[in-house]
Design a binder for this molecule. Sequence first.
Ligand code: SF4
Length: 333
Amino acid sequence: MTARVGIPSSLFYYVHFPMWQTFFSELGIEVVTSGQTTKGLLDEGVKEALADACVPIKLFFGHVIALKDKVDYLFIPRVVCLNRKTIYCPKFLGLPDMIRHGLSGMPPIIDVEMDNRQGWTSLWKSYLKIGRIFGRGKMKIFMAYLKARSVARRFHSLLLAGMHPPEAITALAKGANVPLPGEKKKGDLVFAVLGYPYEVHDQFISVGLVKKLKKMGVSVITMENLPPKKIARANMLEKKMFWTFSDLALNAAYYLFREGKVDGIIHLTAFGCGPDSMVDKLMELASRDYPDIPYMSVTIDEHTGDAGISTRLEAFLDMVKRKKEALQSTCPR
Ligand code: SF4
């Protein structure tokens, strides 16, 4: 019988799902996901997770609960470092342990460590270990790993071409040869929504913020759409942030403030996030040097309501429009 591996549709899902799914499928293993976030799923996570955990971690618990009785294994790797420079937030590092000790009735957890500071073959060795759990041969695992990496590269090309992760994941599900999207018709206003992918792209927890902006006629870019090398060069701190997603989000803000290619920047931050207490402040400080680009921070938690977010977005949009009109009327033609 084909083994079934569960991948929660949360946290790394928005970054690595196409690669992970391809890897398992190439090994003949069925992948099962927990699907979109719902209120029930979040409530379950809130009940079981530590009270002082951030919302995304509580939500991850909910996704695991939704999956655990449907699969033979749960895939929750301990991803430490993938760029040899920054590491993931400590909550990611402790994720397999939090789940193992925080929930009962769990299937076996595949918690292989991924840390490419251990040498250039270390990632391959991690995938080799995973394949071995299912008794597959080295060559079969290697071929699956190569295919998975090529799908990951395609996924990143789609993001750089302007797709958001959920769109790119859906497009790739139809086949790895999905063409790059053409230049999107931009609205009059372009906003950047910065924040961790598992907040920005989770329709429920973000209260559909990106969708709401699009409905208001605003084009939205997120940090996944920006060229990674240019973002890294935009760093204005003496050191890098330690945490990978925080480093990306902050440098994306520095890059966009400096380039001036957006009409507004919104930082989506989660209540209870330790790294964001620094990231949010640093973004706000940077925004003071670029008064022509309005900046707003939106904090989400498990109680965030639709109406409150809509009102803030409408007010921000209104302010950006008025500011733009004022600038145009004072600029000599
Ligand atoms: S970076 Fe913040 S939101 Fe993300 S897992 Fe860590 S504490 Fe939670």
